[in-house]
Design a binder for this molecule. Structure first.
Ligand code: GTP
Length: 454
């Protein structure tokens, strides 16, 4: 989900990230790119228009505080608007409501084949695990052959209780009896599955309404397949005229590369997406979290997860040393280079990490292929074969020293030369970071890895 949107938005956002001032002209092309990306992702036109207008109004002519650059402030504004478009800035909007005398009744409704029954099973497991609640499930779908058996099987997978109703012929009665049973047996939650409805079928709509009236659900969750696209809006409006929908469960997001519907629902209908189904397995369900999604769309999620992963793998004292190298006045030497190489080696596949960074397109493929893991190991062995003095003062490494190091490390003199060249490049890079900051360094990264090096 959101694959293309993420790719396009994170790229255009990156271009503005180090702008010193926000003016109509310098955000114009970024906003144009965002607009196109949103439309291509199948976000409804009126939502896109409102989104762009709000971002524009929020950013132009604003005085920002000094802790962020205007470019970064702009990203914060886009992030806030994305969150607002999908949910609200308030925390926990998506949380399921259970504040009622038990059992809390959840009624799941929806059109045919949206993934309702599967979702009842998933939701039962989710509530049991997340909320540690005693859950009962029941199917009132006496119309689709095997719908009841399907839920019974899912309840076994989720290890929750199933209310048997195989021989019954009245959906409303089944719901009523299940509720009575749930009350007398102290269940915390009762989840009711219903028949899939062609939403023009008034008779079936009335049936769902009758079930709802009998069991007084605290949540009426409309299950929608993400792939129905903008038709979801009509579906929500139509169902809502019969029963008050309290939230949406968007299923099959694993099959929907565009994701525009997730950005259109709240603005178009006022309804919040509470959960998403992201696979066919019983545990493939999670809360819909606008903040996390916004971070992902802006390309921040990967950066955060990569940083987290790197931090978990490298030790604190080395991070400190590396930081000191960047910010101290001391000259970068081969000791520092060795520490960096060892830490990079610990992190794992460098290609994999570069690939996950949102702006990895800025690093050309030939550069990526030249920063590989084999090379790291080679450089580490070469530096290990040097004396203390050589590591401190690499300038003294000339002909005879090079031959000795080559012999000791098992490589050729050319390899020693290319390692030293690489070291000089990194040294220049460190100097550049000190002078111009990280983002400039990334933009110019290809200059630090000239083609002929390896
Ligand atoms: N990939 C994927 N498939 C899903 C997801 N949720 C449900 N499905 C599949 O969608 C199909 C239909 O699911 P059901 O649960 O039978 O749908 P339903 O809404 O109960 O169907 P009706 O009772 O006919 O309305 C099944 O093959 C499910 O495995 C999901 O999140 N991702």
């Amino acid at each position: 989900m959101f694959y293309n949107l993420t790719k396009r938005i994170s790229k255009s956002i990156f271009n503005i990230s180090n702008k010193g001032k926000i003016t109509e002209s310098n955000i114009q092309s970024t906003l144009r790119n965002i607009r196109t990306a949103l439309l291509e992702a199948d976000v409804a036109l009126k939502v896109v228009k409102k989104f762009i207008l709000d971002v524009k109004n929020d950013s132009i002519g604003k005085t920002f505080n000094n802790s962020f650059t205007p470019g970064q402030e702009f990203i914060k504004i886009v992030k806030k608007q994305l969150i607002y478009t999908m949910g609200s800035i308030k925390k926990n909007d998506h949380i399921l409501n259970m504040s009622t005398e038990p059992p809390a009744v959840f009624l799941l409704v929806g059109a045919q084949g949206m993934g309702k029954t599967t979702t009842v099973g998933k939701l039962a497991l989710f509530i049991k695990k997340e909320k540690k609640k005693k859950v009962l499930v029941v199917s009132t779908d006496i119309y689709r052959p095997a719908a009841i058996e399907q839920l019974e099987m899912l309840s076994k997978q989720a290890l929750v209780d199933f209310f048997p109703c195989h021989k019954k012929t009245d959906s409303v009665l089944i719901a009523k009896e299940a509720l009575k049973y749930a009350k007398t047996n102290f269940y915390d939650v009762l989840i009711i599955d219903t028949v899939g409805i062609m939403y023009s079928n008034i008779h079936m709509m009335n049936l769902i309404q009758s079930i709802s009236n009998k069991v007084n659900p605290i949540e009426i969750l409309l299950v929608i397949d993400a792939m129905v696209g903008q038709d979801a809006i009509n579906m929500i409006e139509h169902f809502n005229t019969y029963i008050p929908i309290s939230g949406i469960i968007l299923t099959k997001i694993d099959g929907d590369a565009r994701g525009g519907i997730a950005l259109s629902i709240k603005y178009s209908t006022g309804k919040i997406i509470k959960l998403v189904g992201n696979g066919e397995k019983i545990y493939d369900i999670k809360y819909f979290e606008p903040k996390k999604i916004a971070e992902r769309i802006l390309g921040m999620e990967n950066v955060l997860s990569v940083i987290q992963e790197i931090e978990n793998k490298i030790d604190r004292s080395s991070i400190k040393k590396i930081k000191n190298t960047f910010y101290n006045k001391t000259e970068f030497n081969l000791y520092d280079f060795l520490i960096q190489l060892k830490q990079m080696n610990k992190i794992g596949s460098i290609e994999n990490i570069l690939e996950r960074l949102p702006n990895n397109k800025i690093i050309p493929n030939d550069v990526k292929s030249r920063i590989n893991d084999k090379l790291l190991k080679k450089f580490i062995s070469i530096i290990n074969s040097m004396t203390k003095k050589e590591r401190m003062f690499p300038n003294i490494i000339k002909g005879s020293r090079k031959r000795r190091i080559a012999l000791g490390s098992g490589f050729k003199v050319q390899d020693i030369n290319s390692m030293l060249k690489q070291f000089e490049n990194i040294k220049r890079l460190v100097k550049s970071v000190k002078k111009n900051g990280i983002s400039n360094m990334i933009k110019n990264i290809s200059n630090f890895f000239p083609n002929k090096l390896f």
